[in-house]
Design a protein. Structure first.
Length: 260
């Protein structure tokens, strides 16, 4: 970061505030020069991961913005999340962005510390990916290119933790394989995932046999409904109450049969 443009002093908190303010101003300038054709191309690349289903992409994008776990499209969310993380790392390598952790002021301020990546990248690629793409797309005059190495991204420990454990396929696999039952229960409670959602994760990670025909049928129905462009998701008038309940809450409950 260009420290010569920020009046430094011995107060780390004050310096952090100055850095955040400077970066926000840089972002505002760059966003005025975003390349909409580049952004659309990046969206299309993500849509292709979903077999060209733009409506499903819109739903996944909305879920990520709101921290929603969708038990019927776990793998699809994971594919989009992985693509976005790769995009961020490619377009914003070390030294080209920074963050400020205002919630841990006792820690030394290091705008490019590795620890900050863990509380920044998952938050940005889920909650604010539209802006991430816009900043990556910005085109400025050559003499202003240095501004693209001064981009500021806000961080959020809670939302980053939830996103990483909700949408990362590798993390789900590690979680299921390495954590004890008590640790798993606490983790899923912390990220707001209930019994039915956990059962769906188990089905994706460890299931050896085919999924229930009812589940495959319901996913197909939901996918068709999403692709119809309808703004109303649930309930579906043409489904019985029991199926609408499963569409909203997942296939499994405590008293029911869990996946093999």
């Amino acid at each position: 970061m260009t420290t010569t443009m920020i009046n430094n002093n011995n107060d780390n908190s004050s310096y952090a505030e100055r850095c955040a303010s400077f970066g926000s101003n840089v972002n505002s300038f760059l966003l005025k020069h975003q390349d909409k054709s580049f952004i659309e191309k990046m969206i299309e690349e993500q849509v292709e991961l979903l077999e060209g289903n733009r409506d499903l992409y819109n739903r996944i994008d909305n879920n990520m913005k709101n921290g929603v776990f969708d038990p019927f499209f776990i793998r699809e969310h994971g594919e989009i999340y992985t693509w976005r993380k790769t995009f961020f790392i490619k377009n914003f390598p070390n030294g080209f962005w920074y963050t400020v952790d205002f919630n841990n002021e006792e820690l030394p301020f290091d705008p490019q510390g590795d620890a900050f990546k863990l509380i920044t990248i998952p938050y940005q690629i889920t909650r604010y990916f539209d802006r991430v793409m816009a900043l990556a797309s910005a085109k400025v005059d050559t003499d202003l290119n240095w501004l693209k190495s001064q981009i500021y991204f806000e961080n959020d420990l809670k939302h980053s933790f939830e996103a990483e454990n909700t949408y990362t396929w590798e993390q789900m696999t590690i979680t299921m394989d390495e954590l004890e039952d008590g640790e798993l229960q606490k983790l899923f409670k912390d990220i707001g995932i209930g019994f039915s959602e956990v059962a769906h994760i188990i089905a994706e990670v460890h299931q050896t046999g085919p999924k229930k025909l009812e589940e495959m049928t319901l996913k197909a129905v939901l996918l068709r409904h999403i692709s119809s462009g309808s703004t109303d998701f649930l309930p579906l008038d043409y489904l019985p109450t029991s199926m609408n309940k499963k569409a909203a809450n997942g296939m499994y409950d405590v008293e029911g049969k869990t996946p093999d």
